[in-house]
Design a protein around this ligand. Structure first.
Ligand code: NAI
Ligand code: 15L
Length: 265
């Protein structure tokens, strides 16, 4: 790849990506709505609001792959979700089409299926059951990706990330955890695989506890190495187990299912 664009590069996964993906492309272009003052040497920086159509069109020019992390990452009032996740995804895919970008890693989320019980096991084609406006915005992003695949041949990895943090911090995350190094290996596979298509990929490590099945994307050759089981004793000893009917114990989306519809103040 000549130039990889990373949106949301100032955020948590953005920082992990900047450090861990060096060498994946000749040039890496970092972008966020907030300025990035600590860019790694040799990386380009473009400050850009995803809701600004003209700015996104210019941002994507010259890129041949996009790691799309930018946008609202939790339950927020609808106007923020509208700008970052709905208008932003529209602008990004239109710019990708205009500039001939062939492949996108879309950071989707487990919150598109948050209202499945933790006792259920899902393949990539389970109907969406979003647990809030944030989850709905990720369902929309996946629908956009599918339309651009079928109509224009743009390939997208629709990665439903579980919980990508240095380690799981509660009982639910023993199933949803995605180790940062497994995430980075997945990004590399997505951009190096000879054929991608537009699959759902469950963003989880090789956890003993699991709700999701990635057999349908075996062809990508991604083999996560970490297992949340290494933290199970620590969590059992330090984190109170929620009541079995509490959202954190019942739903795959955990406490996001208990979030109210938030309003702007
Ligand atoms: P984060 O909130 O740390 O980073 C998101 C970045 O997007 C921020 O730097 C923010 O400034 C930027 N952003 C927000 N609105 C924007 C706009 N209108 N224009 C341009 N940039 C904007 O989130 P994190 O944890 O790094 O997540 C990255 C992506 O992965 C997000 O799309 C999130 O929904 C998704 N994800 C992350 C999970 C995780 O466990 N970290 C789990 C599931 C999905
Ligand atoms: C997400 O989609 C969020 O972006 C992240 O902050 C976590 O809360 C994660 O899901 C999760 O479900 O643990």
């Amino acid at each position: 790849m000549k130039r990889l664009l990373i949106t949301g590069a100032a955020g948590g996964l953005g920082k992990v990506s900047r450090k861990g993906l060096q060498g994946l492309a000749e040039t890496i272009r970092l972008s966020d709505v907030v300025p990035i003052a600590d860019a790694e040497a040799g990386m380009e920086v473009v400050t850009c609001d995803l809701a600004d159509e003209a700015a996104v069109m210019a941002l994507v020019e010259g890129c041949d792959g996009i790691l799309h992390l930018g946008g609202v990452a939790t339950e927020q009032p609808f106007p923020a979700i509208l700008r970052g996740n709905l208008i932003g995804v529209h602008n990004l895919y239109e710019a990708a089409r205009a500039h001939g970008v062939g492949r996108i890693f879309l950071a989707s989320s487990n919150h598109v299926i948050g209202y499945y019980e933790q006792t259920e096991h899902l393949s990539g084609n389970a109907p969406h059951k979003p647990d809030g406006w944030y989850g709905i915005s990720k369902s929309y992003a996946e629908a956009v990706a599918l339309m651009y695949w079928h109509k224009f041949g743009i390939e997208t990895a629709m990665v439903r990330i579980g919980s990508c943090f240095p380690e799981p911090v509660d009982h639910r995350m023993l199933a949803s955890w995605l180790a940062p190094e497994d995430y980075l290996a997945l990004v590399r596979r997505v951009f190096k695989a000879p054929r991608l298509g537009c699959p759902v990929i469950w963003g989880m490590s090789d956890n003993d506890a699991r709700w999701w099945d990635n057999a349908h994307v075996d062809y990508l050759g991604w083999r996560p190495k970490r297992n949340s089981a290494e933290f199970a004793e620590k969590i059992a000893a330090t984190v109170p187990r929620p009541d079995k009917d509490a959202p954190a114990a019942r739903w795959q989306g955990g406490n996001f299912t208990a979030e109210p519809v938030k309003k702007e103040k």
